[in-house]
Design a protein around this ligand. Structure first.
Ligand code: NAD
Ligand code: ZN
Length: 364
């Protein structure tokens, strides 16, 4: 159980097994209206919706349910509009809570809907992917995509409660587990050597489904993210550290057209290796540490080299062009998160594009 305090709001993140089965009892005492709205996607509905609905019914909580197709396409203006229409048609009251049951897509869509429905209704997150448990359900960013780009429409809106049920991860496809794991490693690399060291010893258990290891990894990640977000809720400073590997990663994702070749976690894994290699080549990071990071990713089956991703014709100049367009660019220079050591990162806007380009050429 982790207590997160952001601004004036403080809320709990419960991490454990079988929390969906116990959700009704947990929610009963905190919701204002014994009727709630559940938002989920088809995959999660097939696996976990019954469990949630049964537990709500047992606790005397009524619900309506809204199911969306799985995937990033449900984070659209059309889905948002559809959800708002259906919620309002269901005569949802101002004191009813919205529950997001699903991964980051459902969490971001539902959170944004909650922030705008009648100027804000209570929002409860039940993240069901490793990525959403360690990343998207913490920090209060909600939103949808626009035709002009990802996450361009949104709001900062904190949930009342997060239930991170690690039992839900038992049904998650292995590739999705690995994608979330990349973000777990990120917390070790960006600020906590002990987390990285623990992952070197226990990462395999996290990947393979050991419940105690998963609880520990999720808890450490949530604490790491909450520590950073609490210092910088609206992203003016240290919150940018959470973008370690992401400026490179977003360029890789953009270049693959967000297709099936590469998912976000895989892109970030390669991006973190690129950040480490660039840090080493500029003399900030020990070569040995760089090798250690690469070896850890490799041992767990995360991609570490761009050529590991089949079906894409890479081009360093094009990747650099994507990096220039990344929203984190300011003052004409690309903002990067680089490393001095495992667990010690810094934000810089002074790296020459020529150095980035030669790093990209070397890694392709
Ligand atoms: P996702 O929500 O698309 O889930 C991935 C896939 O797993 C989907 O097909 C989903 O149906 C399926 N799934 C979910 N839970 C499952 C389960 N328990 N068993 C089996 N299948 C399951 O993707 P994601 O990786 O969770 O989240 C990615 C999204 O999160 C992106 O849109 C990204 O922009 C967003 N994100 C937001 C933040 C934030 O701070 N708000 C941070 C990081 C990422
Ligand atoms: Zn990420």
């Amino acid at each position: 159980q982790v207590q997160v305090a952001l601004g004036l709001r403080s809320y709990e993140i419960l991490i454990g097994a079988d929390l969906i089965a116990g959700a009704g009892a947990i929610l009963k005492d905190m919701i204002k209206n014994p009727r709630v709205a559940i938002v989920t996607d088809e995959n999660v509905a097939a696996l976990h919706l019954n469990g949630l609905q049964n537990s709500l019914t047992e606790a005397g909580i009524q619900f309506s349910t809204f199911v969306f197709p799985p995937g990033e396409s449900s984070k659209s203006i059309a889905s948002y509009s559809d959800l708002m229409n259906r919620l309002l048609d269901s005569r949802i009251q101002r004191d009813e809570a919205l529950i997001a049951l699903g991964g980051g897509v459902i969490g971001d869509l539902t959170g944004f809907a909650a922030s705008t429905l009648r100027r804000g209704v209570d929002f409860i997150q039940i993240p069901t992917t490793l990525l959403s448990q360690v990343d998207s359900s913490v920090g209060g960013k909600t939103g949808i995509n626009a035709p002009q780009g990802k996450n361009l429409i949104g709001a900062f809106y904190q949930p009342r409660l997060v239930l991170a049920d690690i039992s839900a991860l038992d049904t998650l496809p292995p590739r999705e587990v690995l994608a979330g794991y990349a973000e777990v490693v990120k917390y070790g690399l960006l600020g906590d050597y002990e987390i990285f060291e623990w992952l070197e010893l226990n990462g395999k258990k996290v990947i393979e489904g050991d419940a105690a290891a998963r609880i520990y990894a999720v808890e450490q990640s949530v604490k790491a993210k909450a520590r950073i977000v609490a210092k910088d809720e609206r992203e003016g400073g240290v919150r940018a550290l959470l973008n370690l590997g992401h400026t490179f990663g977003h360029a890789l994702e953009a270049e693959t057209g967000y297709g099936p070749h590469l998912n976000h976690g895989e892109a970030v894994a390669i991006g973190m290796i690129m950040a480490a290699e660039l840090s080493a080549s500029l003399g900030y990071l020990d070569r040995q540490d760089c090798g250690r990071i690469r070896a850890h990713f490799k041992s767990l089956g995360l991609p570490v080299r761009v050529p590991d991703i089949a079906g894409v014709n890479w081009n360093a100049e094009k990747l650099l062009a994507h990096m220039r367009q990344d929203k984190k660019i300011s003052g004409g220079k690309i903002t990067l998160i680089l490393m001095k050591a495992i667990g010690d990162t810094f934000i810089t806007k002074t790296i020459e594009e020529a150095d980035i380009l030669s790093l990209l050429q070397q890694e392709l």
